[in-house]
Ligand binder design. Structure first.
Ligand code: 0X9
Ligand code: ZN
Length: 472
């Protein structure tokens, strides 16, 4: 805690003065990232107090682990205190230097996933996509951040008309970079957008997705925080909220500022020195308000994905409480389908679950979209298979993009399977198709449970879905 406030206090003076005394280059000198077992509660307590900078909490199943950034000079002391750990990044400076070289050498004109894009490159990339696919894509603007930066996105759908009787297709929202330092989430969202447009004419599932739905990708929810990560502090997580009469740069964790479950101490912090500071009220921040105000205008929001890094998880609501939500069976079915498909095509493991595989977080975006719009929602935590923590090598950008694309493609393809004729409503026409498949063991047409046959359990799922679109 003491250490955290010293760091934050110095950050405040540096950023405020406009002449950074401390920069990414000096701030992370002599730092390491270590990994401890999530089951070692004593280690977690000690490192929470000592480090104040938890990088990731994840790993898979029994190997659940937590990563912390700590000064290398503390490692001996931590060892003497009896804590067992693995060093995942011995010298953060080496990682920062490698990343700086990669970004410095990057080709920004005609950017195409070979490096991490900055804010201007990202915006240009979206504009280029819109002008390359004018019949499919439009740029949307949702509002501005505390420091006046635009929060924008790209809406994609094919020219195919919405289902008869409806004037708008159902919408899926995918956002990245609520947390400023999670650069891989930004590139993953851009890759998803680009590939959906590029593959429309080659991939039958993507064609159906863009014919039937609107997909909205919002690459940078936290533009001020992103700006800080390109300047004085590469590993800044929150937004740029300033507090007190001294205008200290405190920052609100945007993924603790949404209203559902907001304010619980078990899962967010009331203290502005903390990395999970939730702000003074739900939606106190213009960035979360911008997204909310857009999302509430969507008549049929059917799914929402909030991309993070780097625990390698597909997380369902609730994240603020242990109790499972009413849509638990559908959320697990679709989440498992996503993880299975990613595993099949890339060999990589994503764990599927709720707070039991990560931790409790209160006031998160997916809890809000599920809790208020009732849509299927997930947090996807990308993995860190190539190392580097929040600074993975640029060579992993496409690999992560592919995982994100597979996950989203599978999610949308798994939505509302009771809508057999894909006309966006589950009605008598679908019932006729369901009856045709009933008891036909070899048909998986009506097999909603995925047990290999169409039977009474599928019928009960069908009944729940009747007249709805967001359905099991
Ligand atoms: O803590 C968060 O906001 C997310 N993890 S991160 O390391 N990227 O900060 C996880 C949000 C979802 N949380 C739960 N389902 N508990
Ligand atoms: Zn995050």
């Amino acid at each position: 805690m003491v250490r955290t406030s010293i760091v934050l206090a110095s950050l405040a003076t540096t950023v405020q003065a406009g002449v950074p005394l401390e920069t990414t280059a000096t701030r992370y000198k002599g730092q390491s990232v270590i990994r401890v077992s999530a089951r070692d509660e004593r280690a977690i307590r000690l490192l929470d107090a000592l480090s104040g900078d938890r990088w990731s909490c994840g790993g898979l199943g029994v190997n659940n682990s937590v990563d912390y950034r700590v000064p290398a000079s503390d490692l001996d002391g931590i060892r003497v205190a009896g804590v067992q750990f693995e060093i995942v990044i011995p010298d953060l400076q080496v990682v920062i230097d490698r990343e700086r070289d990669e970004t410095r050498l990057a080709d920004r004109a005609g950017w195409s996933f070979a490096s991490f894009p900055d804010a201007a490159t990202t915006s240009l990339f979206i504009d280029d996509l819109v002008s390359s696919y004018p019949d499919f894509a439009t740029r949307l603007s949702f509002g501005t951040s505390i420091e006046g930066r635009e929060i924008y996105g790209i809406r994609m759908t094919s020219p195919a008309a919405p289902a008869a009787g409806s004037n708008r297709k159902p919408v899926i929202v995918i956002n990245a970079l609520q947390h400023a330092r999670e650069w891989i989430t930004l590139t993953t969202s851009l890759y998803i957008a680009q590939q959906l447009l590029q593959r429309y004419s080659m991939d039958a599932v993507i064609k159906r997705i863009l014919d039937q739905y609107e997909l909205v990708v919002i690459p940078i929810v936290n533009p001020d925080g992103f700006n800080i990560t390109w300047g004085p502090d590469r590993y800044w997580r929150k937004n740029a909220r300033r507090v007190t009469t001294q205008q200290i740069l405190a920052g609100v964790d945007l993924n603790r500022n949404w209203s559902v479950g907001w304010g619980l101490n078990n899962g967010s912090s009331p203290s502005y020195t903390n990395d999970t500071y939730r702000g003074t009220a739900p939606f106190s921040e213009p960035e979360t308000r911008a997204l909310r105000d857009y999302m509430v205008t969507i008549p049929k929001l059917v799914a929402h994905v909030d991309i993070h890094s780097y625990a390698s998880d597909i997380l369902r609501p609730w994240s603020y409480q242990w109790q499972t939500p009413p849509a638990y069976p559908a959320l697990m079915r679709i989440g498992s389908a996503m993880a299975t498909e990613v595993k099949k095509l890339t060999g990589l493991n994503y764990a599927v679950g709720g707070p039991e595989i990560l931790y409790l977080s209160s006031g998160t975006a997916p809890d809000w979209s599920y809790g208020t719009a009732g849509c299927i929602s997930y947090t996807i935590e990308m993995n860190n298979a190539s190392g580097g923590g929040f600074s993975p090598p640029a060579s992993s950008i496409v690999a992560s993009g592919i995982q994100g694309l597979i996950a989203v493609r599978t999610l949308v393809d798994s939505l509302c399977r009771s809508d057999f004729n894909y006309d966006n409503v589950v009605d008598d026409a679908d019932f006729a198709l369901f009856v045709g498949a009933y008891d036909v063991l070899l048909s998986n047409e009506g097999d909603l449970t995925g047990d290999g046959m169409t039977d009474d359990s599928d019928f009960s799922l069908f009944v729940q879905a009747y007249d709805k679109l967001t359905c099991p």
